[in-house]
Design a protein around this ligand. Structure first.
Ligand SMILES: [Zn+2]
Length: 194
């Protein structure tokens, strides 16, 4: 495990970064070292550095708290679970298997004229956080080009822009959580909060 947990200056986790990126940020003094992996160091020809496990931004960042809209992050927000029937496909090792899920436009593309949709009186992008959810193949076929109401289906949760916790959880879906991070992560109830 060589990845590094990046914290904002208020100790809230932002995302997981590569150790190379963390070293670059440490050397340019953008971040400070909060925790290191006890059993390893990084050697260069001229010096030996602690291997960072957790680093913290020196200046508070608003921008970096925004989670990028993409397939992987939608899956993380939705806990790798179909948002209609709750199916959560797993690999043989018991890890989430987002590849077995599809993305569904809640209000279908066919019902949007200009690339936007109106949800509860507010206008949102057709392909954005508020209108795209993880969906198993069976539910996607069943729903087809209809809204959930038209198809007689119900969403498990209202889709929203995710919190930084969701982005951090994305890393947990594919990797072991290092002990060195545990002090900086909330309990399950907070992780699952939207
Ligand atoms: Zn389903």
């Amino acid at each position: 495990m060589a990845e590094v947990l990046l914290l904002n200056s208020d100790y809230s986790p932002i995302r997981v970064v590569s150790w190379e990126r963390a070293i670059t940020m440490l050397l340019s003094e953008k971040v400070s070292l909060v925790a290191q992996y006890a059993d390893r160091v990084i050697r260069s020809p001229s010096t030996t550095l602690p291997w960072p496990a957790v680093v913290m931004l020196k200046a508070y960042s608003k921008m970096q708290n925004r989670v990028r809209f993409n397939r992987a992050n939608v899956m993380a927000r939705d806990l790798f679970r179909c948002q209609y029937c709750g199916l959560a496909p797993k690999t043989r090792e018991g890890r989430p298997q987002p590849g077995a899920l599809t993305l569904d436009h809640v209000v279908p593309r066919a019902q949007s004229r200009d690339g936007t949709v109106v949800i509860q009186g507010r206008r949102f992008p057709l392909t954005g956080w508020e209108n795209v959810v993880a969906c198993c193949k069976d539910c996607n076929r069943k729903k087809a080009a209809r809204t959930p109401e038209q198809a007689g289906m119900r969403l498990l949760a209202v889709p929203r822009r995710p919190s930084p916790w969701d982005a951090v959880r994305l890393a947990f879906g594919r990797a072991v959580i290092p002990n060195e991070w545990s002090d900086f992560l909330p309990g399950d109830d907070v992780v699952l909060r939207r």
